[in-house]
Design a binder for this molecule. Structure first.
Ligand SMILES: CC(C)(COP(=O)(O)OP(=O)(O)OC[C@H]1O[C@@H](n2cnc3c(N)ncnc32)[C@H](O)[C@@H]1OP(=O)(O)O)[C@@H](O)C(=O)NCCC(=O)NCCS
Length: 167
């Protein structure tokens, strides 16, 4: 049973930052290199960065398999695109490929419908081929691409993908 658990308390944010650190250091060095992983984890997924994002209106949820916290998502409204943006979507290594991602996307679609958005939107690194394949299988299409300067000498070289919420 795959469920979502809202994150707001300090202890949960601390655990979230630990899970983020584990996943990013396991998965992303082969795609963006260790230096950029260190930089992005500190800038976007440290306890203080997550706390600030929550204050700015982002939402974070643990992905739970039964009572185990096995990953997390981040969501933020993107009113320019009339979309609920999935800004983070990460599972621990041993948990991938078992259908949790599909179950979570179904739940995020329901949340987007309830909030009145017409689509889901996300960005994904152009060289993250596994995730791009998953997103395509789940019904997302590539809708654009972008290179974002995140300072520190690094860029995010991403595709944009979206999926309608209706139906
Ligand atoms: C992306 C991620 C969240 C998807 O969750 P998941 O639980 O692994 O996905 P699922 O098992 O629900 O698979 C969904 C579909 O994609 C397919 N799929 C799963 N892994 C795949 C892979 N590596 N390559 C191609 N297709 C894959 C599944 O067969 C399934 O298709 P189906 O519904 O037709 O059977 C997870 O794999 C992950 O955390 N990856 C590492 C971090 C990451 O890249 N996050 C995204 C950053 S933008």
């Amino acid at each position: 049973m795959t469920s979502l658990q809202n994150i707001s308390h300090e202890q949960d944010i601390k655990q979230l930052a630990n899970i983020a650190h584990t996943i990013w250091n396991e998965y992303f060095p082969s795609i963006i290199g260790h230096a950029q992983v260190d930089y992005m984890v500190e800038k976007f997924q440290s306890q203080s960065a997550i706390t600030k994002q929550l204050q700015q209106g982002h939402e974070y949820f643990f992905i739970c398999d039964g009572d185990q916290r096995v990953g997390y998502i981040g969501l933020v409204a993107n009113s320019n695109k009339d979309a609920l943006q999935i800004s983070k979507f990460y599972l621990l290594k041993d948990i991938r490929g078992k259908g949790h991602g599909k179950a979570i996307i179904d739940q995020i679609r329901d949340m987007a419908k309830t909030k009145g958005f017409s689509q889901l939107y996300l960005t994904v690194n152009k060289y993250n081929e596994a995730a791009i394949s998953v997103y395509k299988k789940l019904g997302f299409v590539i809708s654009g691409d972008m290179v974002i300067d995140i300072e520190g000498g690094f860029v995010m070289d991403d595709y944009e993908m979206n999926m309608p919420v209706t139906g």
